[in-house]
Design a protein around this ligand. Structure first.
Ligand SMILES: C[S@@+](CC[C@H](N)C(=O)[O-])C[C@H]1O[C@@H](n2cnc3c(N)ncnc32)[C@H](O)[C@@H]1O
Length: 229
């Protein structure tokens, strides 16, 4: 049996998805009531990130902004399929995606996950949630800007999840690039074409990747990339 279907991990994830829905409801309603197109919303977020990224995410410190259960399961399946033992996650928040990925490490027989989160209070909650799920021995959550916290990462990465500030995906990828194994998977959530040049970079095969949008949740910027070099 896998850890997602039953037991402690399944219970903690069910509780966290409920908590997340309650905590983020107002924010989601506020965005949808603006009547803005998705393009406009992405544009607004990118503008805010460019102006003051720390203030933007500081203002969202009480929000989960989490992956959906379907996307979380996709991350688990991807990590199981490539028998991942070394994972990095950009954008840990309260640890929901971290739990899906750490559960895959556990079911793969062990490994290490490095997560990174700008907001100290969120990182602390992520650690508590990992502990509640019995996965804290597999995951380290680094506090601070990923452009600093991910400078020291060992090689041999099997999988990277990019789910932080939209405008930083290319910077974070470039930082991790020398540590990626051939065949490693990079899962991008909210990897939008108008942000950072990330999509253009990974879709150019000359850069050593093969990449395409995922069919899941179209419009949410889900991109699956494999390292081909
Ligand atoms: C979309 S949420 C991540 C959700 C999480 N992956 C989950 O499924 O529960 C993005 C997170 O990235 C964090 N973040 C934004 N910019 C960051 C940066 N430069 N370094 C580290 N974390 C950052 C934000 O504080 C926010 O909590």
């Amino acid at each position: 049996m896998d850890s997602l279907s039953t037991g402690r991990v399944a219970d903690v994830l069910a509780r966290l998805h409920r908590d997340a829905e309650a905590a983020d409801r107002q924010l989601i309603e506020a965005y949808s009531s603006q009547g803005a197109t998705q393009e406009q919303m992405i544009g607004q977020i990118l503008e805010q990130e460019a102006k003051d990224l720390k203030a933007l995410y500081g203002g969202l410190a009480g929000n989960f902004l989490n992956v959906t259960p379907e996307f979380g399961r996709f991350c688990y399946i991807a990590a199981r399929a490539c028998k991942a033992t070394h994972i990095v996650e950009f954008g840990t928040s309260m640890g929901i995606s971290t739990i899906y990925l750490a559960a895959a490490l556990r079911d793969n027989g062990g490994g290490t996950l490095i997560g990174t989160e700008l907001e100290p209070a969120k990182a602390a909650r992520a650690r508590e949630n990992l502990e509640a799920a019995g996965l804290d021995d597999l995951a380290e959550v680094r506090v601070g800007d990923a452009r600093e916290t991910l400078k020291q990462v060992d090689g041999g990465l099997d999988l990277v999840l990019l789910d932080g500030a939209f405008s930083l995906y290319l910077d974070v990828l470039k930082l991790l690039e020398p540590r990626l194994k051939t065949g490693a998977l990079i899962v991008g959530e909210n990897a939008f074409e108008q942000a950072s040049g990330y999509i253009q970079y990974v879709r150019d095969p000359r850069n050593g990747y093969l990449s395409q949008p995922m069919a899941q949740d179209p419009g949410r910027g889900n991109e699956l990339t494999v390292v081909t070099r």
